[in-house]
Write a protein that binds this ligand. Structure first.
Ligand SMILES: [Mn+2]
Length: 476
């Protein structure tokens, strides 16, 4: 289904969902469960904002993932309506089993739904309308469709739908497609969004340039501009003044020549980092999404940076800040979120430098293991594994596999290195079988996968990985 037809079918379903929320919410408080990533926080913030406006009481939690246990725990609470946001489509069977007749459940998720018939609850899912939920609409996009019917009009909260889609990396180099591009068009028409091609720095063209360089995610991952003085030195070398009048200089203050010099210099610095800088290079210039409803100079004005900020809040155990930002709160909430973002970066940088010195690593037959234990947060292990797999540090290995304690389980996160991609290892298959053999669950994609194993099984898991590497279907 294409364009308008897809919009209409999804939108009319969203209206039905809004009507359920409104009618049930008049008599009973609502329980919301959302995902902890940037998209999930945007989705949660949107529904929370609408309920707050309607004076419908609710309780919201954000979770790292769903499980059978968590679903039955949550649905046993005393609420009349449960709403799952940005997750749930993979757990329809478990949700149905946990239901009883007095409780109503809404699953608003853009992930592919598991096959099978389900009844007794409402599923709003793009795949059921012929829309590709992996690229054409995010969890926040779905939540926005419900939001607009709850409050009865479109408003500036539409930027959260676009922020969520950016957080889920649904924009390709050519921009958005499907419902996402319709939402962008609607936001432009409403006068809350501007899209233009520019250098993609944190905060956008109207944000102070020095912190913009420091906070741009890809540059930071490469170790560039970690300190303000490195950014200041660069500007001084290019003879770009630090101030305009008595305020800090912004990207939008630069002349075309200055901007070109800055671009060239950043490209040079990225290139000096070798192959690990490739994705930073492709991300450096392109579509920039600006929320013109946000004040000039605010870190929430450029939406890709906004999603970075939300992501950091979720990963550092402060999803409450992310939800509040997505609901529209600023002031001290925004200050704390920015502080959380710098903590996030500091923690990542410290962990990386320890790992580079050989701490917490184990090298076995082509596999670099990162043993996070309790020291590395389970929400950071994936990011660290991914950075390491792209760095020179792992060039003699086929893959990096990180482990970190996660509640009563151990989270596993695996990424292929260039060498691993070249020899054709299938991580989905490797993770699936090795996690299962030690009593856990795993899977994912060819180049990036993960899973969970029981605590205490780490040694056996490492041995199992090495065994599985010799088996068919792992090497293709
Ligand atoms: Mn999502």
């Amino acid at each position: 289904m294409e364009g308008k037809g897809a919009w209409e079918s999804l939108n009319s379903k969203a209206k039905e969902v809004a009507e359920i929320i409104y009618s049930v919410g008049k008599s009973t408080p609502i329980r919301i469960i959302t995902h902890i990533d940037a998209d999930g926080l945007c989705a949660g913030g949107l529904i929370a904002k609408a309920l707050r406006k309607l004076k419908i009481p609710f309780h919201l939690s954000s979770v790292k993932f769903l499980s059978k246990e968590l679903i039955s725990e949550i649905t046993s609470e005393e609420y009349g309506l449960f709403i799952f946001l940005d997750l749930g489509a993979g757990y329809l069977k478990e949700i149905r089993e946990a239901l009883n007749s007095e409780k109503r459940v809404l699953v608003l998720d853009h992930h592919p739904p598991v096959k099978g018939s389900y009844s007794g609850f409402y599923l709003l899912n793009p795949f059921n309308e012929g829309i590709d939920g992996s690229h054409e609409i995010s969890g926040a996009g779905i939540a926005y469709l419900v939001y607009r019917h709850l409050i009865g009009r479109d408003d500036e909260s539409l930027i959260m739908a676009i922020t969520g889609a950016l957080g889920d990396q649904q924009a390709s180099e050519a921009g958005f497609t499907g419902i996402n591009s319709l939402l962008v068009g609607l936001a432009e028409k409403l006068g809350v969004l501007e899209v233009k091609k520019d250098l993609r720095l944190f905060g956008g063209p109207d944000y102070p340039l020095v912190p913009a360089l420091q906070r741009t995610y890809d540059l930071n991952l490469l170790g560039l501009f970690q300190e303000a003085k490195e950014a200041v030195n660069l500007l001084e070398r290019l003879k770009i003044p630090l101030k305009v009048g008595d305020r800090a200089i912004r990207l939008s203050d630069l002349t075309i020549e200055q901007k070109r010099d800055l671009f060239n210099e950043i490209v040079k610095q990225i290139a000096s980092r070798g192959e690990s800088g490739l994705s930073a290079l492709t991300n450096l210039y392109g579509e920039v999404y600006l929320a013109i409803s946000e004040p000039i100079g605010s870190p929430t004005r450029e939406l890709s940076g906004f999603s970075t900020l939300l992501n950091a809040c979720g990963r550092m155990g402060r999803p409450d800040l992310g939800i509040a930002l997505a609901m529209g709160f600023r002031g001290t909430v925004l200050e704390s979120a920015l502080q959380t973002l710098s903590n996030y970066r500091r923690v990542l940088a410290e962990a990386l430098s320890k790992i580079m010195e050989g701490e917490r690593t184990r090298k076995e037959k082509g596999v670099l293991f990162l043993l996070g234990g309790e020291e590395i947060r389970d929400t950071l292990i994936g990011t660290l594994t991914s950075i390491l797999s792209r760095s020179k540090f792992s060039k003699d290995f086929f893959m990096v596999i990180g482990l970190a304690k996660s509640g009563s389980l151990v989270k596993v996160s695996a990424r292929l290195t260039e060498a691993g991609v070249r020899v054709g290892i299938n991580l989905d298959s490797l993770m699936r079988r090795s996690c299962v053999r030690v009593g856990g669950i795993g899977g994912g994609h060819r180049h990036a996968a993960g899973g969970y194993i029981p605590e205490g099984e780490e040694e056996r898991f490492i041995e199992t990985i090495l065994e599985c590497l010799g088996e068919p279907k792992v090497l293709e």
